[in-house]
Ligand binder design. Sequence first.
Ligand SMILES: NC(=O)c1ccc[n+]([C@@H]2O[C@H](COP(=O)([O-])OP(=O)(O)OC[C@H]3O[C@@H](n4cnc5c(N)ncnc54)[C@H](O)[C@@H]3O)[C@@H](O)[C@H]2O)c1
Length: 343
Amino acid sequence: MTQENNVLITGANGEVGHGLIAHLSRDAQLTIVATDIQPLDPALHAIPLTFVQGDILDPTLLKQLFEGRAYKTIFHLASILSTKGERSPELAFRVNVDGTFALLMRAVQQAREAQRMTKFLYPSSIAAYGLPDADTKREAGRVEEDAWCFPATMYGCNKLACESLGTYFARHYRRLDEPRSSYGLDFRSVRFPGLISAQTVPTGGTSDYGPEMLHHAAQGLSYDCFVREDACLPFMVMPDAIRALLLLEAAPRERLARLVYNVSSFSLSAGEIHRLTLKAFPSAVVRFIPDVNRQGIVDSWPCDVDDTAARRDWGWHPEYDRRRAFDDYLIPAIRERYRASAG
Ligand SMILES: NC(=O)c1ccc[n+]([C@@H]2O[C@H](COP(=O)([O-])OP(=O)(O)OC[C@H]3O[C@@H](n4cnc5c(N)ncnc54)[C@H](O)[C@@H]3O)[C@@H](O)[C@H]2O)c1
């Protein structure tokens, strides 16, 4: 059972999955095993990979994924996002926490059997934070990893729980065993801000008003924004999110002082996103009709995060500031996407 070149990607059909698979497939040495509850998106059909469809909660799927294979790295992306999680908290808990726990168990077992370390990359979220109100959020400014970890959504609770579970598996799993195994999980997590992709349209996230505004404008559709104009969140474009995952994966273990890292690139209010959208699509129609409940969730997430530790430990820096994100990536690619689908 060799694991040198095998990577497993769960939630392969999602926004991050698309970007990550496209990127990893450029390395001909890698064998990619991908899984999702939905059939593989036709956009990924041309990429050489092994796809196994199934529910992360199904033990048969996990057995199939690990039978005869070991992985050097597992990218665990399968998740129920914040808005859907708030509407179906039980489902969110099961997929996000039970699903992650089951995969962590499998991963640690394979690591011990193969007598190797297995890297487990876990995208967490700014939803792990919970500020009590908009005034506190303004005063808090750039929030460090260990401050304000009082999540106010089921999704955020799930993220914080899985960060803790991953840390437990990496540092303390079977701590009473004598002797303790030196092999196990090398858990690494990034807390992503709201992600914006030009290639995929988001579903189920609370920060989706940013990308939704742009994708609607590019199609000539009006958009009702569900937060106030002054609602501010940190955002990151997908190429930087993929880079963050891969930089963290590549970092030498001894350089990593933490297991969970903030990463940031730029912060924008909904009004600023509107102005940037209008600059590119002057006939865009956006109405601000705040939904008090969804606004409350945005008010509980920081406007900016402190990513000093990621910069220091594994050389993180975003390649896209807000100008580059819009002018060089989002606007041209979103224009192209809808020009192609109109033609
Ligand atoms: N998109 C963002 O803005 C954002 C921000 C912060 C963190 N994240 C995290 O990054 C990761 C990937 O996010 P994404 O944007 O690609 O999400 P997504 O919703 O686009 O994709 C998630 C994928 O998981 C799959 N899935 C859902 N339930 C499943 C189950 N029971 N079994 C197997 N697969 C299942 C879905 O079919 C989907 O393809 C998630 O952990 C998410 O929490 C995303």
